[in-house]
Design a protein around this ligand. Structure first.
Ligand code: CO
Length: 133
């Protein structure tokens, strides 16, 4: 069952510059930074009332975030992540409903979570991540 919006993933060119904006202009505190090799990204997290903002900087030119930044040079909202109590059942439900899966099985994400993505062509344009608590 999906029980929350876990985070919004936001693609950025520079993690350092963007963290500075979130801290100085919005007064939020970066609580966690992490490299996620499976997605080829560096991340920084801000807790906003239990939902997180996840900033994503590409680690290499073949990162999905690098490709996103080619199309959106200023950066922007990249994906929405729903927290679910059972990611395997959630993936099965989406697949049964005809959704194209980018991950047939969950992969390791940030914070030791298991994550899986649904293809934006099947989700009305919103790259959708499912993640476990
Ligand atoms: Co994410």
């Amino acid at each position: 069952m999906i029980n929350k919006i876990d985070h919004l993933g936001i693609a950025v060119k520079s993690l350092d510059e963007t963290v500075k904006y979130y801290e100085e202009a919005l007064g939020l505190k970066c609580e966690h930074r992490e490299e996620v090799p499976s997605q080829k990204v560096r991340t920084a997290f801000f807790n906003v009332g239990g939902t997180h903002v996840e900033l994503l900087e590409p680690m290499s030119p073949d990162s999905p975030i690098a490709k996103f930044l080619e199309k959106n040079p200023n950066g922007g909202v990249h994906h929405v992540a729903f927290g679910t109590s059972d990611i395997t059942a959630q993936l099965a439900q989406a697949k049964n409903a005809g959704v194209r899966l980018l991950n047939e099985t969950p992969v390791p994400g940030a914070h030791g979570k298991q994550v899986a993505f649904l293809h934006p062509k099947s989700t009305f344009g919103v790259l959708t991540e499912l993640c476990t608590e």
